[in-house]
Write a protein that binds this ligand. Structure first.
Ligand SMILES: C[S@@+](CC[C@H](N)C(=O)[O-])C[C@H]1O[C@@H](n2cnc3c(N)ncnc32)[C@H](O)[C@@H]1O
Length: 287
């Protein structure tokens, strides 16, 4: 990008807000990172029509998003920052490019967006990501690096986790760059990383998304145990009434493995079996 953008340091001075790490306020101050983030979107297939940004901060990323999008909606929980964004971007608001929503990204009504580009508040990044993923739009999200790696991992890798299977249920997730603490002010204690999530239908089917995610959560709490023990020991989480029936009906060799080697399609197959023979409470909730 050759365009002149608002200087991130000048924005922070004008806002008069230093950033409170306890409120997940780590503002991006590295222009190269800021300029690259919108470039992970493609403008060919409408991704830039309406961009949602969660956690606007002092607006350095908002500014870059306004330059590529027809419309931007930014959600900011901190009243002082939301007030500053309204003033700083008065022109963009008047010409209909920008809408500022003051509130918690976990509670507010979200607009119909075509993509989200966000440097997420790390304290709520999992909840926010799993609010956005089911909405089926491309996402470019900054997380703590460890979290991003777990989300993007493939079966059998050390970082492979419930997060990878759950996120992969909605999208193809790729870690596109790592970002050092020096790119932020105040600096976070850990490395960060950006993922791009491209929505897609999974190659398998499950009878019920809620139960699939609950079952994964249960099994991965016992990732060092065999699947047999993991299914049996976690019925209080998966809410299976008959975990033994699932173990008896499942493939013997699958039950001898550990969660880290079980592919999403195998988890889906086991979920279908558990739905049929394990009497999950989630089934009653759908009846
Ligand atoms: C990591 S900062 C990113 C700020 C800015 N986008 C940037 O890149 O410099 C996260 C922002 O999210 C805001 N925030 C924290 N929790 C939030 C929540 N639950 N909903 C909406 N915004 C939140 C913080 O006030 C902060 O401004």
């Amino acid at each position: 990008m050759t365009q002149d953008f608002r200087d991130p340091d000048a924005l922070r001075v004008r806002a008069g807000i230093g950033g409170d790490p306890a409120q997940d306020q780590h503002f991006l101050v590295d222009d190269r990172v800021l300029n690259r983030l919108p470039e992970y979107l493609s403008d060919d297939n409408g991704e830039t029509t309406h961009i949602l940004e969660i956690g606007g901060g002092t607006g350095a990323l908002t500014d870059r998003l306004c330059a590529v999008a027809d419309q931007v909606t930014v959600v900011e929980r901190d009243r002082r920052l939301a007030d500053f964004l309204r003033k700083e971007f008065a022109t963009e608001r008047e010409n209909g490019t920008l809408t500022v929503i003051e509130g918690d990204a976990l509670d507010v009504t979200l607009p119909e967006f075509t993509a989200s580009v966000s440097n997420l508040p790390y304290g709520a990044s999992s909840e926010i990501a799993f609010r956005l993923l089911p909405l089926g739009q491309p996402l470019v999200l900054m997380f703590q690096q460890e979290f991003a790696e777990r989300m993007a991992a493939d079966t059998g890798e050390d970082e492979y986790s419930r997060l990878a299977v759950a996120a992969g249920h909605y999208a193809e997730v790729e870690l596109v760059e790592t970002v050092p603490p020096a790119a932020f002010d105040p600096q976070p204690a850990v490395q960060s990383a950006v993922i791009k999530a491209v929505p897609r239908e999974p190659s398998y089917s499950v009878p019920n998304d809620e139960f699939f995610l609950l079952f994964l959560k249960a099994i991965f709490t016992q990732r060092r145990k065999t699947m047999r023990n993991a299914v049996r020991n976690t019925v209080h989480i998966s809410e299976l009434d008959d975990g033994d029936a699932v173990v008896s009906a499942a493939d013997e060799s699958l039950m001898s493995r550990r969660a880290g080697s079980v592919s999403p399609a195998e988890f889906a197959q086991l979920t279908r079996l558990a739905w049929d023979v394990g009497e999950p409470a989630a089934k009653n909730r759908t009846e």
